[in-house]
Design a protein around this ligand. Structure first.
Ligand code: SAH
Ligand code: SF4
Length: 340
């Protein structure tokens, strides 16, 4: 088995090299890419543009991996959560979120996460391993099948894991999604807890996508406590990187702010958050904390969330309160743990 190549593990150059090695012309690689990334085939035998003898001989040397759908849950609000099995037996979750105009797929970038944010269930898992590029892309390819005939319009890297801690694979996945699967980079958002140096590395290594930052606090003191990564890259380091981020014209950085009752949701927090964002084209998503079993935090009242929002909008920002979808099936922000 060692010599059998997984075609999905190869990027464009890798596929071209593989077909060349097999003595096949370059257009065969292009055809394979088209069938895998656009026609969504899951087996070499389905690439009917290849004559049967070619399919048979290729199948001796190569195969196409697929995620195994282990469970599909549908929330009362239409959100769907997929539990996918990986080839090594680990599992991950992806979430499909419909709203009026959009169908957004939320993908995972790691199995677990090393960063232990106090409010996040994925953080409680600890770090299990990085996802490989094709395992990230495959969440899209699998979900695209499962969602059909609906079309996935947007993708967010907001599932399990810290994407910038797996930059190499995330960058490669972004290239494959945009160049091989032709998904628009403008409709992809990568969310980070704030790994400052990697924020600037991302656009150097991958197609320029939208950036979201999990701010979640307005002082280093509180952020240190709820997001230990802040002890390494504090607010000053984070905002210094954000101010240098090569934002395309007319686009904005999204700031996520999980509201934790009595911890980060005062009027003073809202004013400090507004001050931090000054000069950065931004929009703010306020996410009332999704409670989960054993969580020590509480979700704020609607009245508190509205007052917080008003301070931000009065300061000139676009701020919306995002009631997370899919809470009933643990598919909401910070609730993914893939049954570990
Ligand atoms: N690791 C990246 C990508 C995951 S995005 C990041 O942290 O940005 C997951 C989002 O859900 C983050 O904005 C996080 O702050 C938020 N979140 C985590 N736990 C939550 C919870 N219990 N309730 C609401 N939002 C939560
Ligand atoms: Fe990791 Fe993001 Fe959860 Fe923090 S919020 S533990 S960075 S997945």
């Amino acid at each position: 088995m060692g010599r059998v190549k997984n075609l999905k593990s190869l990027d464009r150059a890798g596929l071209e090299a593989f077909f060349r090695q097999e003595g096949l012309p370059a257009f065969r690689a292009r055809q394979a890419i088209h069938w895998i990334y656009e026609k969504n085939v899951r087996d070499i035998s389905e690439i009917t543009e290849f004559a049967k003898p070619l399919r048979d001989s290729l199948s001796q040397k190569a195969y196409i991996s697929n995620l195994a759908l282990k469970e599909r849950q549908v929330s009362a609000d239409g959100t769907e959560k997929y539990l996918f099995g990986l080839e090594d037996g680990n599992s991950i979750e992806s979430v499909l979120i419909p709203d009026e105009k959009r169908l957004t797929l939320c993908v995972s970038s790691q199995v677990g996460c090393a960063l232990s944010c106090r409010f996040c269930l994925t953080g409680k898992l600890g770090m299990i391993r990085d996802l490989r590029a094709h395992e990230i892309v495959d969440q899209y390819l699998s979900a695209r099948r499962l969602a059909a005939p609906r079309k996935i319009t947007n993708m967010v890297f907001m599932g399990m894991g810290e994407p910038l801690n797996n930059l190499e694979n995330v960058a490669s996945a972004l290239k494959r999604l945009t160049e091989l699967a032709h998904f628009s980079r403008r409709r992809i958002t990568v969310s980070t807890s704030g790994i400052a140096p990697k924020i600037l590395e991302l656009p150097e290594r991958a197609p320029l996508v939208n950036l979201a930052v999990s701010l979640n606090a307005s002082t280093d003191e509180v952020r240190d406590r709820i997001m230990p990564i802040n002890r390494r890259y504090n607010l000053e380091a984070l905002f210094e990187a954000l101010r240098r981020f090569p934002l395309p014209p007319r686009s904005r950085i999204t700031f996520e702010y999980v509201m934790l009752s009595g911890v980060n949701d005062t009027d003073a927090d809202a004013r400090r958050a507004a001050a931090l964002l000054r000069g950065i084209p931004s929009k703010i998503n306020l996410i009332p904390f999704n409670e989960h079993e054993g969580s020590i935090f509480r979700t704020p009242s609607d009245k508190r969330a509205l007052a917080f929002r008003k301070i931000l909008t009065d300061a000139g920002y676009t701020a919306i309160i995002r009631k997370s979808k899919g809470r009933d099936i643990l598919a909401a922000c910070g609730q993914l743990k893939a049954k570990y």
